[in-house]
Structure formats: C-alpha cells, structure tokens
Design a protein around this ligand. Structure first.
Ligand code: KG4
Ligand code: ZN
Length: 355
C-alpha cells in the first residue's frame, strides 16, 4: 500500500520538479536534519558529537550510534520548527544511506523509513559524497555541469568531472590516505586531539611553513599520495625535539602547505587538461582556510570560476543531503522500505584519463 502511494507521489513530484524535503544525515559523528526546497534551506539543525568522542581521540562507532538515536527526534523537530513547517507539509524524505559507519547510518535510515511510511511520502536515498558535492548548489544555485570538483573529506580524495547531474568521471584519487585522514593523523603525531583538521588549520595560521621541511610527494598523473607525509613529519619532529627548535605551529603550517600544494597543483592541472571552466571543492577539508585561499587564488590566475560552500556546509550537514535529493528525485526512483545502510557505498564513477 505504502509503495503504491509513494510511487504516485513520486510521479507528481517529478512533474512538479521540486518538493519540500525533510533530509536526514547521520553517517558519522553529526546528527543533522534539514527542511529544503530546491536548493533553498528552509530550516536546519546539526548536533555535533565532538565532545563525546574527544577523550578517545577519534569517533567511537557505538557511542556515535547511541547518540544518533538520542538526538534524531530533536534535530528533526528543530529543523521543522526553524522552517515554520510541520510533518504535514513534508512532500518527501531524504536520507544518507552510505558511505559511513554502519550503525550510525542505520539510525538515520531507520528513522527516515519510519517517517516516510508514517507520512505516506516517497523516500530518496542519498550517497553522502554526492551530498558533499551538492553542498555547492546551496551557495551557488546557478552552478551547472560540466565542472571539475575536488572532493576532499575524511574518507575520500577524488578529483572528478561532474559531466551531468549524477554523472561523475574520475580523473584522479588518492593512492593511500584521504586528505582529511592525513590531517587527522598528522594532528595525532603532533599531540593534538580529535578532530585534527581544524586544529592544524588554526595552528598553521600562526606558523612559518619554511621553518619546517617536509618533502613534496611526487605521484604521476592526477593521483595523490599523503601517507608519506606523516612518516616524514614524525622523523622531522623527532630530530628537532632532540636538537631543540621544534615549534608545533611551524610543523602544522608546513604540513598544511604540503597537502594544499599537492591538491591545488593536481586540480589546476586537471582544469588545464580538460578545459574545465569551473572548479568546485567539497567535503570536510574544503573548510580548510589554506586550501580555500590557494584554490581561490589559483582559479583567479587561471581565469576559472571557483565555487566552494561556506565552511558550515563543508562538514557534515543535512542541507547538502536535501540539495542532492532535489536532483536525485528528478532522475531516480524512490527507495522502498527495504532500504538498508551501505557503509561502503561508492559513487558510480567512470575512470577517464584527462586529455
Ligand atoms: O566531510 P567530513 O565532515 O566527513 C566525512 O565525510 O569524512 O570530513 C571530515 C574531515 C576530517 O578528517 C577533518 O579533520 C577534516 O574533514 N576537516 C578539516 C578541516 N575541517 C574539517 N581539515 C582541514 N582543515 C579544516 N579546517
Ligand atoms: Zn562527510
């Protein structure tokens, strides 16, 4: 019965082209809900679990799941309140179903399925990485494919050509650690807590990158490599601690500069090789001030349009899931109630070599 009603409503929404969507995100350590319509946010709420995981130095999956269960109700109610809407106004439900922590994802997926069923509205499953890319449309609603997008999060470092909505061509990716993972590991080496990226970003602003030497990894083509940087940093830190002259701010500045230089160099090379006119950046590491500045300056110099979401929309949030669902709704069927969490869900991408 539900499937029939949802299919009919999906047909009507596809005709209308947009819907008031209640979006839910719970793939890692943020519990988030948003009410969106098209690329507009009507109301949103994010609860971060950072304080819960801090003392363990990283995200503890079981603690994350329990807190999602505790907070989902609250963030949904708050998002509706901020939007001035009730459940009766919701025309579709969207939810992140992967990639991410299985238990954390399951909380959001189960909640979203129940809500869609109870409200009798279609349910759209969203890939978290596609969500990050779509955060750009919230800030730049006129952005349209084709464009180049650098996706840099805790688990992903991909350089993709978004050739059409929902069609991704892979140009390059990391051969080892993701950029965010590299930031987090480097922060641990420096004795900083979790999450490491924002702390390195802050320290780097006060440091001098030229006073701490790290090698710039050389990887062929448009692929990246970050894992060697961590080892180089440990060795350099140990050498300096022995001889004196170790300044954590210089180490952070040097590390950030190395990561940013590599990301920037490959992204600009990809733009030259593909003839792309626009470069967008997405994911948690897109919040990094050094990366934002460097890519912005490089794009200006090369005459490219540069798109980046505001910092709050770079890290995990539900507005980006609503924005992605707005597009997903147009070209994909809704999910049925057998939808399950898919911790290793991949973004379908065709690998191409830049011309
Ligand atoms: O996209 P995200 O919130 O979660 C995933 O989908 O993975 O990204 C989290 C990652 C973490 O590794 C975090 O350290 C990094 O993004 N991050 C940053 C900054 N803010 C978050 N890295 C560098 N500089 C930042 N300002
Ligand atoms: Zn994320």
């Amino acid at each position: 019965m539900y499937e029939k009603i949802a299919a009919e409503k999906d047909r009507l929404l596809k005709q209308k082209g947009q819907a008031v969507i209640l979006a839910i995100e719970s793939s890692c350590d943020e519990t988030a809900a948003a009410v969106t319509c098209g690329f507009e946010t009507l109301g949103a709420c994010v609860h971060t679990q950072i304080d819960l995981h801090k003392k363990y130095g990283g995200v503890v999956p079981e603690i994350a799941s329990r807190d999602h269960v505790r907070m989902l109700d609250f963030v949904v109610e708050e998002a509706l309140l901020r939007a001035g809407k009730t459940l009766a106004d919701i025309e579709a439900v969207a939810v992140t179903y992967g990639p991410g922590l299985v238990g954390a994802l399951l909380c959001g997926v189960s909640f979203a399925k129940s809500l869609a069923f109870a409200c009798g509205v279609p349910l759209y499953g969203v890939n978290h990485i596609e969500g990050h890319i779509c955060a750009n449309y919230l800030a730049h609603p006129d952005l349209t494919p084709p464009y180049l997008c650098l996706v840099v999060s805790g688990g992903h470092s991909h350089l993709v050509m978004v050739s059409e909505h929902g069609v991704y061509q892979l140009l390059g990716k990391t051969r080892d650690d993701a950029a965010g993972e590299a930031f987090d590991k480097a922060a641990r080496v420096l004795g900083l807590g979790y999450p490491g990226g924002p702390q390195i970003d802050e320290l780097a602003k006060q440091g001098d990158a030229s006073r701490f030497t790290l090698p710039h990894p050389r990887v062929e083509g448009l692929d990246y490599s970050f894992s060697g940087l961590k080892t180089a940093m440990i060795q350099e830190a140990q050498r300096r601690e022995k001889n004196g002259g170790f300044d954590i701010r210089d180490a952070a500045a040097s590390f950030q500069q190395c990561v940013v230089a590599q990301l920037c160099e490959k992204a600009m090379r990809a733009a030259r090789q593909t003839g792309a006119k626009t470069l967008a950046v997405a994911g948690g590491v897109a919040a990094n001030s050094g990366l934002r500045d460097a890519l912005g300056a490089a794009c200006k110099k090369a005459g490219l349009r540069f798109c980046v979401p505001p910092v709050a929309l770079c890290t995990d949030n539900a507005e980006m899931i609503g924005a992605a669902a707005h597009l997903v709704m147009r070209y994909r069927a809704p999910m049925d109630l057998t939808l399950n969490a898919q911790p290793s869900l991949r973004l379908p991408m065709i690998r191409i070599d830049a011309l």
